[in-house]
Write a new protein. Structure first.
Lengths: 326, 378
């Protein structure tokens, strides 16, 4: 399974700049040249006053760097946190820590932490100010496994589950856009282990069938409708991640959680190395919540190793990838 | 005339700008690099039992001192993989428990709890089999010789916080699975009551009054200046069944930490004092508290720049500028008003994003935190 480029589709958020020259030629045929010039200049003045600059229309904070336009492959270390750290913490960690990328929860019905820092300005500062160039895993955490103990759940009915997958995808796209991620992104859906909050109230088969329908719809919507890349996060075993390999629309990248303290993306339980084999299809969350201090700043993080897609396009892939060969 | 007019306007603007009052925002204490010294081993767990006694667990084993660290005695249970140690708790130098994560497969997790009543001369094991995928943090505590509380974390993403409790009523010989509302900082008051500060950002406080069978949320009213801040709870320290001290950190904008006291077993918490910090130290107001008794409390800035101390229940607070307090504080234990241990870990990279290592520090103070020196386990 190698998916290196997404299928083309509608690009959400693409907006052309205002074309102020339309219609001027037709007007000149009926009015004098001086009047046309005055009307034109007056129109320019009005447009300049009421319309935001073209470069900021897709980016609420005055525009992101040119490379912030699409996801790309990466092979470095990253981390994820429940709530986005402050801009100052991110600025300190960029030169001081071994991490290149951060996973951020952009929304979803199961999102637990308040996000006082997660704003378009934060995203801009984290990738494009003073040489700070964090990459991101955009994470959407919505409905969880059918019949599980989570309060927000996927339906056990596959048809309903599929429609829920579509809705979740729409929500993720909108949330990312509102944060200024207007290019082509990769979106990870956080689907936890089915029994993380106790035993299922239906059969495991029922739950897995519905979950597959949900994931299939999520991926289909993200990739085939919006033209982005869809990823899935989950426990390598408890989320039945290997089920995703056989659905009609498998996720392009999987982010597998197995807290074995070994960064390697291969050799993970329950997902054979024969699935998601291309060089940029896997991320591995290998250590759970703990504090780390770099540059004198402490953040509680989970550790990740990347051999997959992130947003924006990845950093230069080192001949000695920082996390893969450790 | 026009030139003089505009020159006057310019001068006026400059005078007004230069005459603005100086901001009263306190200067951010710049973190000072940790002075280089002996690199400690990675500490798996530790406990300071008294000013002169304590134990430290590393991958080299569990070591006990009874003479302020002048000498150490290894007390590790035999035939154990020392890397598997996750937590320990001693009631005194004789009676203690250690929990090892002895197996972890897709089917579940197995713990082995070792107990001793003779300072580690002999150990008795008990296995606990859990069908869940459990991970750190894992902590074990005994409120007395019989009642044990073993808390573990269900593996999830950073967005979730799910815990699993095992309770023992017979000194660790047998364990029963109980519920936990979250993963985090658990501290029992007695055999029946325990408190849990948990959640993805440890933003919630819970109490159980029935040996962990059920949990209820508990809340405190934050100081006015932190009404819009995210709280970070530390499980309260109870001096007896009714009197306890609770520390709550606040983050988001202004950082700080407040102490609350209760005299009715935690039914109500009364605000005592708030220590404000301007450290924008990421999430959770990472100021680190420690409670010695009902009047003596300490707070450390995790970047090692300051310690605050009160010995009168918050009526007055003294700020200490420590010498040798490391950055990246993970554990802070005061055994008295003057003696404490600290364990810290700080990472650094020799090149941009490359050759990154973590340095560990294990240090002690005998002057309330003014000066810190290395603890060397020999």
């Amino acid at each position: 399974m190698g998916i290196d480029t997404p299928p083309r589709g509608e690009t959400i958020g693409g907006r052309d700049g205002a074309n102020l020259s339309r219609g001027c030629r037709g007007v000149a045929l009926t009015l004098g040249e001086g009047a046309v010039r005055r009307i034109f200049l007056l129109s320019v003045l009005v447009a300049w006053t009421i319309l935001p600059p073209v470069e900021s229309r897709g980016s609420p904070v005055g525009g992101l760097p040119d490379d912030f336009i699409r996801y790309g492959a990466n092979a470095q270390k990253g981390f994820d946190t429940c709530a986005a750290p402050s801009t100052s913490a991110m600025s300190t960690w960029w030169p001081s820590s071994p991490y290149w990328d951060i996973g951020i929860y952009i929304g979803g019905s199961s999102r637990a932490c308040a996000q006082p820092n997660l704003t378009p300005a934060w995203a801009t500062a984290a990738h494009g100010v003073d040489g700070v160039r964090w990459g991101f895993y955009l994470i959407w955490v919505g409905r969880q496994a059918p019949c599980s103990g989570f309060s927000s759940r996927i339906s056990s009915n596959p048809t309903t589950a599929a429609s829920q997958g579509v809705s979740e995808a729409d929500g993720a796209i909108t949330a990312a856009y509102n944060l200024g991620f207007t290019g082509r992104n990769i979106y990870f859906y956080d689907l936890e282990a089915f029994t993380a909050k106790g035993a299922l109230s239906c059969s495991t088969t029922t739950a897995r069938t519905a979950a597959k329908a949900f994931v299939n719809a999520w991926v289909d919507r993200i990739q085939n409708f919006y033209g982005h890349q869809a990823g899935m996060y989950g426990s390598s075993c408890g989320s039945y991640a290997n089920d995703w390999a056989a659905i009609a629309n498998p996720p392009g990248t999987v982010w597998l959680a197995q807290f074995n303290n070994d960064p390697d993306v291969w050799g993970l339980s329950c997902v054979p190395d024969t699935n998601w084999v291309a060089a940029s299809q896997r991320l591995h969350q290998y250590r759970g919540g703990h504090n780390e201090t770099w540059g004198g700043v402490t953040i509680k993080i989970d550790n990740d190793c990347e051999r997959g897609f992130i947003t924006p396009h990845g950093h230069p892939i080192s001949a000695d990838p920082a996390c893969v060969n450790e | 005339m026009k030139k003089r007019y505009w020159l006057s306007v310019w001068l006026l603007v400059v005078m007004v700008a230069c005459g603005q009052p100086v901001s009263r925002t306190p200067q951010t204490a710049k973190p000072t690099p940790t002075p280089s010294s002996v690199n400690a081993p990675q500490v798996l767990d530790l406990q300071l039992l008294s000013p002169t006694t304590g134990w430290v667990a590393t991958e080299a084993g569990v070591h006990l001192t009874t003479d302020t660290g002048q000498s150490w005695n290894e007390i590790s249970p035999p035939n154990t993989d020392r890397k598997q140690l996750r937590s320990g708790h001693f009631l005194d130098t004789q009676r203690g428990w250690l929990v090892y994560e002895t197996s972890h497969t897709v089917e579940g997790t197995e713990f082995t709890v070792y107990r001793t009543v003779d300072s580690g001369e002999s150990w008795a094991p008990t296995k606990i089999a859990a069908s869940a995928d459990l991970t750190s943090p894992i902590t074990i505590q005994f409120s007395d010789a019989a009642a044990g509380w073993l808390a573990a974390t269900v593996q999830t993403s950073s967005n979730f916080s799910i815990g699993q409790l095992f309770y023992s009523a017979d000194g660790g010989q047998s364990w029963t699975a109980r519920s936990l509302p979250a993963s985090g900082d658990l501290r029992p008051t007695n055999s029946t009551v325990a408190w849990m500060a948990g959640g993805p950002a440890r933003e919630k406080l819970y109490v159980s009054r029935d040996r962990g069978n059920s949990w209820k949320p508990s809340a405190v009213s934050p100081p006015i200046e932190f009404r819009s801040s995210q709280p970070v709870f530390w499980a309260p320290r109870f001096l007896n069944n009714t009197s306890g001290i609770l520390a709550v950190g606040y983050s988001g904008g202004r950082g700080g930490l407040s102490f609350y006291a209760t005299s009715d077993s935690g039914a109500r918490w009364r605000h005592s004092v708030t220590i404000e910090s301007d450290s924008q130290n990421a999430l959770g107001g990472h100021l680190i508290p420690d409670v010695v008794d009902e009047k003596t409390w300490f707070v450390a800035d995790p970047n090692g720049s300051r310690i605050w101390k009160t010995t009168d229940g918050g009526a007055s607070v003294e700020e200490i500028s420590p010498n040798g307090l490391p950055r990246g504080i993970e554990r802070l234990h005061y055994a008295s008003a003057t003696v404490a241990w600290v364990y810290a870990t700080e990472g650094s990279c020799a090149q941009f994003k490359r050759e990154c290592t973590s340095i560990h520090y294990l240090r002690r103070t005998t002057d309330a935190g003014q000066t810190w020196s290395d603890v060397i386990i020999t």
